[in-house]
Design a protein around this ligand. Sequence first.
Ligand code: MRU
Length: 357
Amino acid sequence: MAFYTLKLRDDDVVEMLDQRKLPLEIIYVELKTYKDVYDAIKDMIVRGAPAIGVSAAFGLYLGAKSVLDLPEVNSYETFKKKFFDIAGFMFSARPTAVNLGWAISRIKELVETEGKSVDKNNADLKKIVSRIRAESLKIYDEDIEINKNMGRYGASLLKDGFNVLTHCNAGALATAGYGTALGVIRAAVSENKKISVISDETRPFLQGARLTMWELMEDNIPVTLIADNSAGLLMRKGKINAVIVGADRIASNGDVANKIGTYQVAVLAKENNIPFYVAAPLSTIDINLESGDEIPIEERDINEVVTVFGKRIAPENAKALNYAFDVTPNKYVSAIITEKGILYPDYKKSIAEIFRK
Ligand code: MRU
């Protein structure tokens, strides 16, 4: 793979591939402050649940470093207060992907733990900041490893010759690398199975047309683009053998929040007796939520719907709705592929069990 989604450079600059510009331009942006990282998440320079989590971790490191320079920060307590304010700010960047909060909580816990072992007034704050750096890099490395494990488990579900439909982009671009749903496809292909991917265009941000098409074509994995409203026809014609998508948040009962349009694909899959698989790391499962009804659904600017590449496609002053995600009830989900194995219904039980392991 000749590209990378994001990285923290040795000179403490976060570099990200600008996903708003793909596939027409391949541009890496340099982010030097935690505010830059916040904006990059909010404006979708980076997107995809795991990539958002990793970005937040890098952003918090930049934030922690900047706190050290504040004149009023002269103790562990003053450091922690300012740092937690930044964490709260970062948390507000996007609401649906739980990986954002998950990564932030992990770094906050580290700061809490470090606080227990230091003399609070003479804390070696620089040491804490360097631990935050190391933790953020660990989150990055782990993400790739987790995706590869998910791929190994999930590949068993995809048979040689399968046509697999995917929605949105749950690939290397949505993670630190390799991908969740596309990671499973990559793993199946690396086992020499002939897999062809059908990619929904995924209006309005076009993650399917712009991102999934681009990254799979870069890897020479056969992929065909369809308009979002074509899935039903192809399924009825017997042209789809399985659906595989990623997730932004999964409730403890197995309800899945993912990119808007996922729900209708899942319903169509069930109607046509096609398995509907979700590939997601355990960090995407929000065990605090009983059902998908509790998942916050992001609403974005309606300009994303009424314009395409800056050109209006609806009358001036047209009303529009722009929900970024929907929830697929667990009854449509054939299996959830995680880094620790494949979960099947009853999800309440299988999810509780995997967290006990
Ligand atoms: O709005 P986005 O592009 O961040 O939404 C991304 C998705 O819905 C992905 O399918 C999901 O995050 C899984 S990514 C491995």
